[in-house]
Write a protein that binds this ligand. Structure first.
Ligand code: NAD
Length: 359
């Protein structure tokens, strides 16, 4: 039976990069027998403009039915004046929580061809291969109470709540340890246990879970030190597991080690392995509509989707190999270019991957 994939292009560069990912899926289906059924849905600013809601019920229903979801990005200056509860990003937070996508896997891998594109010295990043496991449906982004209130003295006060239950920590911990078992068997848990009780519990639970994985080495690091260590000696890490907000920040930081935010895919998984796949970057309104966005993070998200949710490891390898071939041939979008390379736009980069797939 065909696997159902829901395409949510979203805003800004979302539709441009998704168009290239769809080209790749079409080649896999026509030339390599991938049996999938693509459908489209509205999310984010595009959905607000069309129906006044960043996550229409119709999109949520389709997402629940799909085997996997491929997302571009949401948001942009057009919708910033809106109340925070009605902004495009709310659609994204809601789809993650409605589908129970609690585990966000963000590989930070430096392609050998892009070592020079990193902001760091080649010897620091060459061979880098980190997996950041970020908790995605809890913590301060979802904790209640939250809001902006007026105090008795008339001053305004903004407040949010950092809250983690033991079971929330436990399930993300298991994802991290299982990922480590397939890698170098090292987990570094990132917290701020010296200041925040919620992460004191985080640390306790991680230590408890580690007893189930005697072959995996567990270490702990405070988030401020982790930010420093990621820039100083990033290759010391194998799997990093952390909270929603710390993971948000550290994974963007890690992206710059690899050359560009335009290169990094991500997977957000539920407890059964169903997932939503998206590049880690946002809608990049500053470059939208210019045919210069790098589509490779989205194309590599397709590979993750094939591997994790569609049980198509061979097709995933095919896509990753094609991206490797294209980088080796010198194709570069502006975010990863250097002298002597073949400078191309979004569409041309997608075409190059398609050509590499077809051999
Ligand atoms: P961003 O990731 O969109 O852009 C940061 C910088 O990286 C920009 O200079 C941009 O041009 C560049 N960039 C991003 N993707 C690129 C690509 N594929 N190729 C080349 N360069 C790329 O982050 P931002 O500017 O902080 O946010 C812009 C909007 O995106 C905001 O509305 C924000 O809320 C939203 N956002 C959405 C998501 C998501 O949908 N998952 C994630 C982060 C931010």
């Amino acid at each position: 039976m065909s696997k159902k994939v829901l395409i949510l292009s979203g805003d800004g560069i979302g539709p441009e990069i998704l168009a290239e990912a769809i080209k790749v899926l079409n080649v896999l289906s026509v030339d390599f027998g991938l049996d999938i059924d693509l459908d489209n849905g509205l999310i984010g600013g595009a959905a607000i403009d069309a129906v006044g809601n960043p996550l229409p019920d119709e999109t949520l229903d389709k997402a629940k039915e799909a085997d996997a979801i491929l997302l571009g990005a949401v948001g942009g200056p057009k919708w910033e004046p809106l109340d925070i509860a009605n902004r495009p990003e709310k659609g994204l937070l809601k789809i993650r929580s409605e589908l129970g996508l609690f585990a966000n896997l963000r590989p930070a891998l430096t392609a050998p061809q892009l070592v020079e594109a990193s902001a760091l010295k080649p010897e620091v990043v060459s061979g880098l291969d980190i997996m950041i496991v970020r908790e995605l449906t809890g913590g301060i982004y979802f904790g209640q109470p939250r809001g902006i209130r007026e105090l008795d003295n008339g001053e305004k006060e903004g407040f949010n709540t950092l809250v983690y239950s033991e079971s929330e920590i436990r399930r993300i911990g298991h994802v991290a340890f299982k990922a480590a078992m397939k890698r170098d068997r090292r987990v570094c848990s990132i917290d701020k246990a010296n200041v925040l009780e919620a992460t004191e519990l985080w640390r306790e639970v991680m230590i408890d879970i580690s007893k189930d994985y005697p072959e995996v080495e567990l270490t702990h690091m405070y988030v401020d030190n982790a930010a420093m260590q990621l820039v100083r000696t990033p290759k010391q890490f194998d799997v990093m597991v952390t909270t929603n907000m710390f993971g948000d920040i550290l994974s963007d930081l890690a992206s710059m080690l690899t050359g560009s935010i335009g290169m990094l895919p991500s997977a957000s998984l539920d407890k059964n392995g169903k997932g939503m796949y998206e590049p880690i970057h946002g809608s990049a309104p500053d470059i939208a509509g210019k045919n210069i966005a790098n589509p490779l993070a989205t194309i590599l998200s397709v590979a993750m989707m094939l591997r994790y949710s569609l049980a198509e490891a061979e097709q995933a390898n095919r896509v990753e190999k094609a991206v490797d071939v294209v980088l080796s041939a010198g194709y570069r979008t502006p975010d990863i270019t250097s002298t002597g390379m073949k400078n191309v736009g979004t569409i041309e980069m997608g075409d190059a991957v398609v050509a590499a797939l077809k051999g």
